[in-house]
Design a protein around this ligand. Structure first.
Ligand code: DGL
Length: 280
């Protein structure tokens, strides 16, 4: 090649870019666990918006604004420039996924919704309990999901005010008390006709209260969340998968008390790295 011509630019696929994951707090770690199992070579940046949690009892305008601020931060090309975004929060997905997809048409954005469809497939009694935040249950997105399943099962939906917040702060007695109140309020669980044999955990915080919930449910009742399907969907939509020998890197960031995320990440993921504090 003549010396005066510039060398051709080789454009490599951006395999090193991280996948952004966010939630109002530590709940999205339940999704991140499944993502790291499904995509062990990928780098992840996890943002806990703990300074503004809980989302579930706020209005959609607030949740949409926070979702936009966090996504802008994760997309900053000079810093993170994520290649995909996982909204690891049912409430944020319900209130804002359509807006973020408008804002970032080229960015793969994966949301999470309560696992109603898998529950219909699993349930024998066709009576299904659904625990979620007030915001998720009130959303148009959830109503559309319910309507799409009309006639296939009966759903008993319970708004669980305070439960995500208690899990966020690891307040054990409060978690147990709220699990007792909400499971009782929903009615009879069991495997017989007319009883709820399946319970959908429609908030990403709730899988961290599985043990407490199970205390109030008869044996055999199935608790289901959306982590596995979200992780598989993320793999499907990624255009460039990371390659390499070692496990991917994880960056943890929080807009609130970093100790909450550090403790939860250590407990659930075995991660001990420091949490970066964000001002957003
Ligand atoms: N973890 C979130 C969800 O899946 C929200 C919890 C909250 O902040 O209220 O809905």
């Amino acid at each position: 090649m003549p010396a005066d011509r510039p060398a051709p630019q080789i454009s490599l696929p951006p395999t090193h870019q991280a996948i952004g994951v966010f939630d109002s707090g530590v709940g999205g770690l339940s999704i991140l666990m499944a993502l790291r199992d499904e995509l062990p070579l990928e780098d992840f940046v996890y943002v806990a918006d703990s300074g503004f949690a809980p989302y579930g009892e706020r209005d959609e305008v607030f949740v949409a604004e926070r979702s936009r601020i966090i996504t802008r931060h994760l997309r900053k090309p000079d810093a993170l420039g994520i290649k995909a975004l996982v909204m690891a929060c049912n409430t944020a997905t319900a209130g804002a996924i359509h807006l973020l997809r408008q804002d970032y048409p080229a960015l793969p954005i994966i949301g999470v919704e309560p696992a109603l469809k898998p529950a219909v497939a699993l349930s024998r009694t066709q009576r299904i309990g659904v625990m979620a935040t007030r915001g998720t249950l009130a959303s148009q997105k959830f109503k559309t999901l319910l309507d799409s399943l009309t006639g296939q099962a009966e759903f008993i939906c319970q708004a669980c005010d305070g439960l995500a917040d208690a899990i966020e702060h690891d307040e054990k007695e409060k978690i147990v008390a709220l699990c007792a109140i909400y499971t009782r309020a929903m009615g009879h669980f069991g495997l017989n006709s007319g009883e709820m044999d399946t319970l959908v955990l429609g908030c990403t915080h709730y899988p961290f209260a599985r043990a407490e919930l199970a205390q109030f449910l008869p044996p055999g009742v199935q608790l289901i969340d959306s982590a596995g399907p979200v992780a598989r969907q993320t793999r499907r939509v990624l255009t460039h998968l990371a390659s390499g020998d070692g496990p991917g890197q994880l960056t943890l960031q929080s807009t609130g008390n970093p100790a909450l995320l550090a403790q939860a990440a250590q407990r659930w993921l075995g991660c001990t790295q420091p949490v970066q504090t964000l001002v957003l």
